[in-house]
Design a protein around this ligand. Structure first.
Ligand code: NAD
Length: 401
């Protein structure tokens, strides 16, 4: 029997036997979850010498839930995740047809998971299109709730779109072509500052050199420009002793051990990540910029197959593989389990089990270096031996020293 994880005064309180709900996912989800759970249990046991153990609690979503309960997302699943605060999930099929709530949207709203966190780093040996992929090592904090993804959008020719166009024209003289579709881009100081504060807190704790605010404030002055201004403001007001704006770093002046806060225009940032990746560490971005940057950065280090992710709020977090269900390989014990395993490493790090997180990463580094890898990596790595999902998991465990 395990105990619940609690969150008090901004801190996780994690028992030695925490109960953590999991959704195994559809398609290849059960294959990769089985492998991931095997790795998590073995590493926790090894690192803590048997003192700690996760009590996994299965909760249903997706096809498995639909078969058992006739609902793609039973209320009981949402209740369990809310009660236990931290959960991990495999990929889910997006059912075709209307009226189905997406789990991610439901959880984001229910638990206010306002930061989507995506670490992007290179694992030695993974095929990459870049000459020096190891130079990229960033953690992207993407705002998860506001911006053009807030869902306030009206179809071209709809009553709502036409009413908004008319209102803006009559009241403010705005010129919008009639019959246009309309999307609203709300960005608040509150939403920006809690996201940027989370990124800065992470940078301070993990001893990262900088936090870069990525925005298109040269064009969208009040929304994206607001993101920049409010970001610098929260750095100054809440972390004044531990941060310094890049503009205040004169020639020959060091940063005095403080986290440097910089900002870059979105388009320039894409170029920078290709040309000078080692100048960036933690990145804080509004929703759309962050979405685009996350996948572009992941591609530089060898693709989405290895990319983990977490949706995090205050006292709640849900971690997930960032790829889909790869249905054609379902049940074949074939696909790469690294994305969900690395998401687990992020989860353990957030919960303060940093020794477990570090050991998982050592295991993955070792397994990839040994060139006994799943098909997706094996077909691109000269001299590699293809192994199954479960054999790859054993190989990861062997390399946890
Ligand atoms: P996908 O990510 O499942 O597949 C894209 C490609 O990547 C395929 O060639 C696949 O074989 C490969 N791939 C995916 N995961 C892999 C792994 N672990 N190891 C090796 N190769 C892997 O994307 P898709 O085909 O567009 O979507 C399939 C289903 O997944 C759809 O129902 C979609 O809605 C869903 N999906 C879910 C999530 C999620 O739950 N977070 C994310 C994306 C897509």
């Amino acid at each position: 029997m395990g105990d619940r994880i609690e969150f008090q005064q901004g801190r996780w309180i994690v028992p030695d036997r925490p109960i953590i709900p999991f959704i195994e996912g559809d398609g290849t989800g059960p294959d990769i979850w089985r492998a991931a759970r095997r790795v998590f249990d073995a590493v926790v046991e090894k690192v803590s010498k048997g003192r700690r153990r996760v009590e996994w609690l299965e909760v249903l979503a997706g096809e498995k839930a639909f078969k058992a309960t006739n609902s793609w997302l039973p209320e009981a699943t949402l209740d369990a995740i809310r009660a236990h605060r931290v959960a991990i999930k495999g990929p889910l099929t997006t059912p075709v047809g209307g009226g189905i709530r997406s789990l991610n949207v439901a959880l984001r709203q229910l638990l206010d998971l306002y930061a989507c966190i995506r670490p992007v780093r290179y694992f030695e040996g993974v095929p990459s299109p870049m000459k020096q992929p190891g130079k990229l090592n960033v953690v992207i904090f993407r705002e998860n709730i506001e911006d053009v993804y807030s869902g306030v959008e009206y179809q071209a020719g709809s009553e709502q779109a036409d009413a908004v166009i008319r209102f803006l024209a009559e009241r403010y003289g705005a010129k919008i072509r009639s019959g246009s579709a309309i999307g609203i881009k709300p960005m608040s100081k509150f939403g920006t500052q809690r996201l940027v504060a989370k990124a800065i807190q992470y940078a301070i704790q993990a001893r990262c050199p900088s936090v870069t605010l990525v925005h298109k404030g040269n064009i969208m002055k009040f929304t994206e420009g607001g993101f920049r201004e409010w970001g610098y403001e929260v750095a100054r007001q809440r972390f004044g002793d531990q941060t310094v704006p890049e503009a205040e770093l004169g020639p020959g002046k060091g940063n005095g051990g403080r986290v440097v806060i910089k900002d870059r225009i979105t388009d320039a940032m894409f170029a920078q990540l290709v040309l000078r990746p080692d100048e960036y560490s933690v990145i804080a971005a509004p929703n759309l910029n962050g979405d685009l940057l996350s996948d572009a950065a992941a591609a530089q280090v060898g693709g989405l197959g290895l990319a983990p992710g977490g949706n995090v709020g205050d006292g709640y977090a849900v971690y997930e593989a960032t790829h889909g269900t790869a249905p054609k390989y379902a049940g074949q014990d074939k696909v790469n389990p690294c994305s969900v395993i690395l998401s687990g490493a992020m989860m353990f790090e957030e919960l303060g089990w940093t020794d477990v997180a570090a050991a998982i990463i050592r295991g993955i580094e070792g397994a990839i270096a040994s060139k006994r890898v799943t098909y997706d990596l094996a077909r691109q790595l000269p001299g590699a031996t293809e192994v199954s999902t479960s054999q790859f998991a054993e190989c990861i465990i062997e390399h946890v020293r």
